[in-house]
Design a protein around this ligand. Structure first.
Ligand code: FES
Ligand code: MG
Length: 570
């Protein structure tokens, strides 16, 4: 068998001599290259500035164990890492950059297959996008969620409970001292957020689309089974190199539809919609917002995990994890789709059971009869908007109210808690110029805080509309991702204070009740905000980023170039 890496390491002559010599500088035995062995790249998004991925060096060691065991040679390499807590203004600004790093390093290096180590929100889609475009045999290893947060006998959920306790603190119901005690009790271990936020959603979806070994997503980061599945993943990566099983052969329309369906069934993060559309764009698959909505209508939400439900990822693992969810909804899945372990989805689901019917519900007793995330259309969002109905207030899903308009996040923060801020429980908060271009980077600002005045009146949710995203751990009636965004001329930019906005989730409508003639007049008077970057990555970003309904990828990154992996080995 001739591996791609033999173009670097095989045969006689000065070039292979040098390549082998440099590699052996790391302390490898003389005969390391004498056997026909594939080189398995381990693409590691480890970083101490990304706490969610900070345990990945140990994880990579377990992968290497598996690679050696199966007769391969492991070679770990770093890429950019994107940690949600620290990167400003938002990791989303850099997702495409990370995907380019992943793609280019796979293409450029002498490797035959790759194990991708991901965890925190953007690291997963960035790696899938890069790996898909490079199209070298690839398998993903997710880092696993943190253990449940625990404080004085209470469960503390990442993100989701922070907002709850912060609201209690603002109302004087929780002391400052108690609030800071919670700080040390929330993130108790390595791992990514343990709610069904974006990280747990995306790691679950890569399992659902067949890019990880079964059960990978839910195993807690610090459980010994995490290291065990890392070892098995390493072994499998060696076989993938021999079989030449490329991502493009796994990620078919069926596989992506399975991922969308599972996203609805787990009440997954709204961000998953953007990432799935971007991945589909790399694969050239005709998947759009209408497919997301179509599958939401037929898929019950059965995973009872926060923020849409009440349990956490640790409970999800004990209940059976992603395979158990897929088994419950197997009638809705494409069971013939192939997965990275060489078996079909249907074969992987044989002998799968659910161990806790409260955490993973049967389809006849769902948490929500429809999928978590729905797509809205109307004159305010001609190219669509997103609402996570499973995390919204039922009574607000059909709502008509007057708009309060914020032109920027600063504007919102300046006014929203002022005692004289004029807001009612039926007001609709509108935040604009915070989309892919306007943000820039489409920050997670769509989950605007409840105005202090309303909070004191006992109001905990109102309708909020924006061209931003929100954290997967957020809850509330937040209409997001309005497309096109205000900064590029979308109708959100034409809303005026007091305009009536009508949200009708059942009919998937979002309407600005202003006449077409009046909107035309306002459009003629509209002045585009000046958003520019004189140089550097931001300039590239602003020139090429697509709108949310296309997954916010760069226009020039859509598609794949599998031939580059073959050519670079020449
Ligand atoms: Fe990394 Fe939540 S901060 S997953
Ligand atoms: Mg998040």
């Amino acid at each position: 068998m001739k591996f791609r890496s033999s173009a670097w390491f095989g045969g006689d002559g000065q070039a292979p001599f040098s390549h082998r010599a440099w590699f052996k500088s790391q302390g490898f035995a003389e005969d390391t290259f004498d056997h026909d062995r594939p080189i398995v790249g381990i693409c590691n998004s480890w970083s101490e500035l990304n706490n969610c991925n900070s345990h990945f060096r140990e994880l990579a060691e377990a992968v290497k164990r598996g690679v050696w065991e199966a007769g391969g040679i492991p070679a770990e390499f770093p890429t950019i890492s994107l940690g949600e807590p620290f990167i400003k203004p938002t990791t989303m600004l850099y997702r495409n950059l990370m995907s380019m790093d992943v793609e280019e390093m796979i293409v450029a290096h002498p490797i035959d297959s790759v194990v991708l180590l991901c965890g925190c929100d953007k690291t997963t889609p960035a790696q899938v996008m890069g790996a898909v475009s490079a199209d070298l045999p690839a398998i993903m290893l997710t880092g696993g969620p943190m253990l449940r947060g625990q404080w004085r006998g209470n469960q503390v959920a990442s993100g989701t409970d922070v907002w709850k306790y912060w609201d209690q603190c603002r109302l004087g119901q929780l002391s400052k001292a108690a609030f800071s005690e919670i700080e040390g009790c929330m993130a108790r271990s390595n791992g990514h957020c343990m709610t069904m936020g974006t990280a747990s959603t995306m790691t679950s979806l890569v399992e659902a689309m067949g890019l990880t070994l079964p059960h990978c997503a839910a195993i807690p980061a610090v459980d010994s089974r995490r290291m065990a599945i890392a070892q098995q993943t390493g072994r499998r990566a060696v076989e993938l190199a021999k079989e030449g099983l490329r991502p493009s052969r796994l990620l078919t329309q069926q596989a992506l539809e399975n991922a969308i369906t599972v996203n609805h069934a787990i009440g997954g993060s709204t961000n998953a919609v953007i990432h799935l559309l971007a991945i589909a764009g790399r694969l050239g698959l005709p998947i759009g917002l209408d497919d997301i909505d179509r599958l939401s209508r037929t898929t019950p939400m059965i995973a009872n995990i926060m923020p849409s439900g009440k349990f956490l990822m640790e409970d999800f693992y004990y209940a059976g994890g992603v395979p158990a969810v897929m088994h419950e909804i197997r009638d809705l899945l494409h069971l013939e789709a192939r997965t990275v372990n060489g078996r079909t989805v249907g074969q992987n689901l044989e002998e799968i059971e659910t161990y806790n019917r409260d955490v993973i519900r049967p389809t006849d007793n769902p948490v929500c009869p429809e999928g978590g995330t729905i797509v809205l259309r109307g004159n305010l969002c001609p190219n669509g908007a997103i609402l996570k109905q499973s995390a919204a207030s039922q009574k607000l899903l059909c709502h008509r109210g007057p708009a309060i308009v914020f032109d920027s996040r600063e504007d919102m923060l300046d006014r929203i808690h002022q005692p004289d801020f004029e807001v009612q429980a039926d007001s609709v908060l509108v935040l604009r110029n915070v989309g892919p271009v306007g943000g820039p980077g489409m920050p997670e600002w769509g989950h605007m805080p409840i105005p202090q005045k309303l909070l004191e009146q006992g109001v905990h949710d109102i309708v909020r509309i924006s061209d931003a995203r929100m954290s997967g751990t957020s809850f509330g009636t937040n209409v997001l991702h309005l497309s096109p965004e205000a900064a590029v001329g979308g109708p959100l930019g034409l809303v005026q204070p007091g305009d009536i906005i009508h949200l009708d989730a059942a009919h998937r409508r979002l309407t600005l009740e202003v006449s077409d003639e009046e909107l035309t007049r306002r459009r003629e008077a509209w002045v585009a905000p000046s958003i520019d970057a004189p140089r550097g990555y931001l300039r590239l970003y602003l020139q090429h980023v697509l709108q949310a309904d296309k997954g916010c990828d760069f226009d020039f990154l859509r598609g794949s170039s599998p031939e580059r992996c073959d050519l670079s080995a020449k």
